[in-house]
Write a protein that binds this ligand. Structure first.
Ligand code: P6P
Length: 315
């Protein structure tokens, strides 16, 4: 009998409590996966005509994915609010405003790759709300990565995978269309200590701040790593988790505090990498997991991957 998402229920301190929410993420992932496969026929690709709070062009499918995800979180009955890349403010789930859990999400990360049929993903983390007995506020979701209870991503590639941790290692589940459920395919994922690739948009190198260009040249010489870059964080991080190496998005003259968002991109991926035995830094001396969030859409530089590669890069 294949193991399902329920394999997570006996893990970590809150595994069983996380299950209704993780099952909801799985349902949203399946719905979004089917949406993606038929998007071109529903005129769902292309710009929606608006910008998100980040000032980025919103794709129609970003908005549809956000809607699907919020509805599935609502249906769990355990989520009091959702902080989404696609929404300026925290979205309170009115029917369950006194529930314990808040979910942070990038509903469809990398959607600019959709017009080339590239891999995209959903990135999420689950935190316990800070306040009790009041309507959830943005301050309730400003929880450091070290306090995250669960995190993961759904990867929409040739297969649909849900990679997740509830605080006791990382497990990968693949959607099995024959049995119509996620089944355990990658148990206890550990990032390789060496090998793999470095993954970065090197076209930004001349604009990087803090001497990252020289550090990267030194790392390339020291490690001899090849380079792979998709431009979709979930795909680039999934390869880093499986093959080893380092994914980085440094601050640059355009993105002076980094491009990737702390709460729903950097922290979930940092949590997974740390759980898989890797290293997750935002600078040479600060772990992503130690950053105290100050705003829902705050951005940070990230250096995530095998400890040896991150150490070689950051010294
Ligand atoms: P660039 C996608 O827009 C995204 O947020 C991440 O998925 C990805 O890692 C990054 O931005 C790519 O940014 O500047 O290389 O296109």
């Amino acid at each position: 009998m294949a193991k399902t998402l329920n394999a997570l229920a006996t893990k970590g301190e809150h595994g069983s409590a996380m299950m209704p929410i993780i099952q909801g993420v799985g349902r949203a992932g399946v719905e979004i996966s089917y949406l993606l496969r038929g998007a071109v026929f529903r005129d769902a690709l292309g710009a929606a005509g608006g910008e998100n709070v980040q000032g980025e062009q919103q794709q129609k499918i970003d908005l549809l994915s956000d809607e699907i995800f919020l509805e599935e979180m609502r249906s769990t009955g355990y989520v009091c609010a959702v902080g989404s890349e696609e929404q300026a403010d925290l979205q309170v789930v009115d029917e369950y405003a006194d529930a314990d859990w808040i979910v942070l999400v990038d509903p469809l990360d990398g959607s600019s790759n959709l017009d080339i049929d590239g891999p995209v993903g959903t990135i999420f983390s689950i935190v316990r709300r800070k306040s009790r007995g009041t309507t959830p506020q943005e301050s309730d979701c400003l929880v450091a990565g070290n306090e995250v209870v669960a995190a993961g991503y759904v990867l929409y590639g040739p297969s649909t995978m849900l990679v997740c941790s509830v605080g006791e290692g990382v497990d990968g589940f693949t959607w099995n269309p024959n049995s119509a459920r996620f089944e355990l395919s990658h148990a206890n994922m550990r990032i390789p200590a060496s090998g793999g690739y470095y993954s970065v948009n090197e076209s930004n190198a001349d604009r990087w701040l803090g001497g990252v260009g020289e550090s990267l040249q030194r790392m390339k010489t020291e490690t001899g790593l090849g380079m792979r870059y998709v431009g979709s964080m979930v795909a680039d991080m999934h390869r880093t988790l499986l093959k080893g190496g380092v994914f980085l998005y440094p601050a640059d003259e355009t993105n002076r505090t980094g491009k990737l968002r702390l709460l729903y991109e950097a922290i979930p991926m940092a949590f997974l990498i740390a759980q898989a035995g890797g290293k997750s830094m935002t600078s040479a001396d600060t772990s992503v997991l130690d950053v105290q969030p100050e705003a829902l859409h705050q951005r940070v530089p990230v250096y995530l991957g095998s400890s040896s590669a991150v150490d070689s890069l950051l010294g």
